[in-house]
Design a protein around this ligand. Structure first.
Ligand SMILES: Cc1cn([C@H]2C[C@H](O)[C@@H](COP(=O)(O)OP(=O)(O)OP(=O)(O)O)O2)c(=O)[nH]c1=O
Length: 203
């Protein structure tokens, strides 16, 4: 049985697109970057912690497979998580204005005894955003609960002049990589890959 360890409605919707049945585990995992922790390592660690915490909830089911994921926005080695408030959202969007940033999404898939992980890194370039546009966007409420204070799948799509990478990865769950990871556990949707060459076996 596959479980998604996530409160994110986006992840639920994205995983649903693969056509597999899954249950949802809602967890609260603290997301705190360690001093000096490289952004990619941080995102991978949090994804692993989410999946691991989910697995603990379903230990009674020996065939349980749990998927955890984490998404962060990175600019100049700084990690932008979800904004604390409107001022924080405005500060993030001002920093992202006119620049190219990275969106890192890690996915961990764990069972008792095995773990696979994959990472997607996308480059996203924003147009210049003046304060009026930033304030109007924040007033929609969309930035809250989103890494980097924006949703590419929402109003922020019109800020994006270029995307190199995975659109679903920016949204929170890179689908191509996730399908490969699931295939590594023998779970494939009818149109998914037969094996998971991009997945890395975690220690
Ligand atoms: C950049 C970007 C992020 N996001 C979202 C995806 C994630 O839900 C969120 C990043 O926060 P996460 O901590 O990765 O996820 P979450 O707290 O929403 O859910 P959970 O930990 O329970 O799985 O930002 C978008 O929806 N669109 C975007 O364009």
């Amino acid at each position: 049985m596959l479980y998604l360890a996530s409160k994110s409605p986006r992840r639920r919707e994205l995983l649903g697109r693969l056509g597999l049945e899954f249950g949802v585990l809602e967890l609260d995992i603290p997301e705190q970057r360690q001093p000096g922790e490289p952004p990619r390592d941080y995102v991978c660690r949090v994804a692993r912690e989410k999946a691991g915490a989910g697995l603990l909830q379903v230990l009674g089911n020996p065939s349980a497979l749990v998927l955890g994921s984490d998404t962060e926005v990175v600019l100049d080695d700084e990690v932008f998580g979800k904004p604390a408030d409107a001022a924080d959202a405005a500060a993030m969007l001002r920093r992202l204005s006119g620049r190219t940033h990275q969106v890192i999404s890690a996915v961990s898939l764990v069972s008792s005894g095995r773990e696979l992980q994959t990472v997607s890194v996308s480059q996203v370039t924003f147009d210049e955003l003046d304060d009026a546009r930033i304030d109007a966007y924040i007033a929609t409420g969309e930035p809250f609960g989103k890494a980097g204070a924006y949703a590419i799948q929402g109003g922020a799509e019109i800020f994006v002049s270029r995307l190199d990478g995975s659109y679903s990865g920016v949204m929170g769950l890179p689908l191509r990589e996730t399908a490969r990871l699931l295939a590594g556990f023998g779970l494939g949707s009818t149109f998914g890959p037969a094996s998971g060459p991009q997945a890395t076996e975690a220690a």
